[in-house]
Design a protein around this ligand. Structure first.
Ligand code: ZN
Length: 77
């Protein structure tokens, strides 16, 4: 058995950079760990981003890092 001693902490990346598919604007934000962010207003063009079909939140669809529940393998809300 070789389980990492830190396995109980289950670290995850909490910052994600969203890229707007309309204008290319990027924004790095801290993701909420207890809720999914379903809508995001682009700071560049003002469009309201919504998750793509099958994704639970805007970070999964447009971010470079998926949301914490997905990272931890728990599925999502
Ligand atoms: Zn935009």
């Amino acid at each position: 058995m070789s389980i990492a001693p830190e396995s109980s902490t289950r670290p995850f990346e909490k910052m994600s950079t969203l890229t707007c598919p309309h204008c290319g604007q990027t924004s790095t934000d801290e993701m909420p760990t207890n809720a999914c962010r379903y809508f995001y207003d682009c700071t560049g063009c003002g469009v309201t981003l919504k998750p793509k079909p099958g994704d639970c939140c805007v970070y999964c669809s447009y971010g470079d890092v998926k949301c914490p529940p997905i990272q931890l393998g728990d599925g999502c809300c």
